[in-house]
Design a protein around this ligand. Sequence first.
Ligand SMILES: [Fe+2]
Length: 313
Amino acid sequence: MGKIKPLYEGVRLLCVITTDNHIDAKHSVSPGIPLWFNGRALKDSQQSKTPVDVFLTIGDTTSRGSVENWELVKGLFAKYRPAKQVLLTVGNHDLWADGGFEEALKNYLDYSNLICGTDHEKTWFSHTVNGYKLIFLGNTTDAGCEAHLGREQIEWLKAELDAAEGRPAFVFCHQSLNRKHGLPVTWDASGKSEDPLDGGLGEESDEVEAILKAHKNVFYFSGHSHMGIGGENCLKENGYSSFENDGGVELVNLPSMACGNHHGEDKSTGVGCVLEVYDDRVVLRPRNFAKRAYNGKVMIRDGKPYLEKMLDL
Ligand SMILES: [Fe+2]
């Protein structure tokens, strides 16, 4: 228990990462439940010993992209100053509204720009913060639970990673790559999904994966499955975890902040991750924002309760 505090001196970039926040005016029990968990994360971030550079979500900030839900998100972010910059990835739930995809897209762009002080015209954009690229991917059409990025965005992703020139780059996309993190089995609590594409990016996944693998020091973050945090024991027992290295790319899948989680080793809600970037390494620390405590139980890699990745410089 205690405030957010980087593991080492000399942190160059500090981000608080949450996903599947699912703020929901029509929550089946009470809208206060997701508001409480997300409020804890915002407050924890605000009170960090070292000021947080970016507070971000990896999509499904709302359970449905209605004005009613976005008003709740706006109100929540108005109560706290969690970081110098807030950025909200779009998720499939954010693009569902009674008036259809176009209405939901407009609500996402209007409200996320208002909350974040940005002027994004698309669901995909990048920000360079303290010299590091943060790249956000997003749907361009209503693709159900999958993503549909489109040719222009895929070419843009490649150009963005080329421009990073091997410096660590952080990609945020609601959906994980296909078949990672135990997909499709971990797609839902039943574990019965058989379609190999279930829960993943979809048809464009292999192309995105090839682009990521063609670059050094890439970290790809997703949510979407609502899978609990799994580390190296989960990897040993089940062949998957929340932190997987594939072809040099670090793939990170985070649990839902406020809905129930399944699979993995720690199914708690209120859990996200703190990203610390140093000159020679990146540290990723799962944190229970509701309890104001870093993960101490789930060993992520090399017997440590966090991922410590030396950079290829
Ligand atoms: Fe979700």
